[in-house]
Unconditional design. Structure first.
Length: 329
């Protein structure tokens, strides 16, 4: 005893004293194999096109996409998620370019697969929004509403052409009811039993998607609130999860990541399949913009957010910083 009372016997600060000590007792670690690089490939361009709302990210040409894939392999990144951006003249109400074997995404899949083989897990966005002239994730009925079941038929076609092109994983992202089951059946019935399904199980109607609309040249008017999830809801996510697992999902995803870490943690606690989280365009843009203003330390903020996503339960993280971070790790 001292005149100031007892000194503490338990001192958690002892395990924070040096960088080596902190590294030794760290509970969660990022690894390059945790990371997946989303990448956009645009039809009909000869040079990469910068995305103004996402500094450092571009719409790739087919050549620069192959280069980006090789760089990702060299950095140890696990996978690449490909998004196709067709010429505006090829957009129509049914998103025909999305199921054309010679459409930009299918061509890109074939070329990236030829370039890197199985050294990188090649994933594809399975959705119609990039290819429709109305910008919705499905086909519309006579009243202008997204027709869930008619859209599922289009998704089945997309799954087949993407698998034929050589993709390892398809990512049905449109949030249509029953999409995982239909895609799984379409793959199995066309001899693509080994192609995995990464279910966009939890995809919220989020304000943070804004920059992505520029990235894919979206034609959307209005919003997607009738099929993407309400940000107010958590229990709804568990229902979506149960349905996707029942329909055959190999992996599940939460999107966006940072505003929904509680949802990510709940999903991770519930499943025995790999869990992905997508650090989306708005999350990327916020950090880049604040760093440009000098308000935050860019590199530390990137690692802190990714570590937080990992800590919440993600086995895999889709992030536009994947190759950069992997090199640093």
């Amino acid at each position: 005893m001292t005149k100031y009372g007892s000194f503490p016997g338990a001192r958690p600060r002892r395990l924070r004293t040096t960088p080596a000590m902190r590294r030794m007792v760290a509970e969660h670690r990022l690894h390059p194999a945790d990371l997946i690089l989303p990448a956009f490939v645009r039809e009909g361009i000869s040079e990469p096109v910068p995305i103004s709302a996402m500094p450092g990210v571009v719409q790739h040409t087919r050549d620069t996409l192959r280069k980006a894939a090789v760089e990702a392999v060299e950095a140890g990144v696990a996978g690449i998620m490909l998004f196709g951006v067709p010429e505006d003249a090829k957009k129509d109400a049914a998103g025909t370019a999305g199921t054309d074997p010679d459409g930009i995404l299918q061509v890109a899949i074939r070329e990236v697969r030829a370039e890197v083989g199985d050294d990188l897990v090649i994933m594809s966005d399975l959705c119609l929004d990039e290819y429709t002239d109305h910008g919705h994730c499905g086909v519309l009925d006579s009243d202008g509403r997204v027709d869930n079941d008619a859209t599922l038929e289009r998704y089945a076609e997309m799954a087949q052409v993407q698998a034929d092109a050589g993709v390892h994983v398809v990512g049905p992202s449109g949030m249509m009811d029953g999409q995982v089951g239909v895609v799984r059946d379409a793959l199995d019935q066309t001899g693509h039993e080994d192609v995995s399904v990464l279910a966009y199980t939890v995809k919220y109607s989020s304000a943070f998607f804004g920059p992505f609309r520029e990235a894919v040249g979206s034609s959307l008017k209005g919003d997607r609130k009738t099929y993407q999830q309400d940000p107010a809801n958590l229990r709804e996510s568990l229902r979506e999860l149960a349905l996707d697992l029942e329909e055959g999902a190999d992996m599940v995803m939460v999107k966006p990541a940072l505003p929904y870490l509680d949802v990510l943690a709940k999903i991770a606690d519930e499943v025995d399949v790999p869990v992905a989280a997508y650090q989306i365009s708005g999350e990327y843009a916020m950090i880049e913009a604040a760093a440009e203003k000098g308000w935050i330390d860019r590199d530390k903020a990137i690692l802190e957010t990714l570590t937080g996503i990992k800590r919440a339960g993600a086995d895999m993280i889709l992030t536009y910083w994947a190759t950069e971070v992997a090199r640093g790790l």
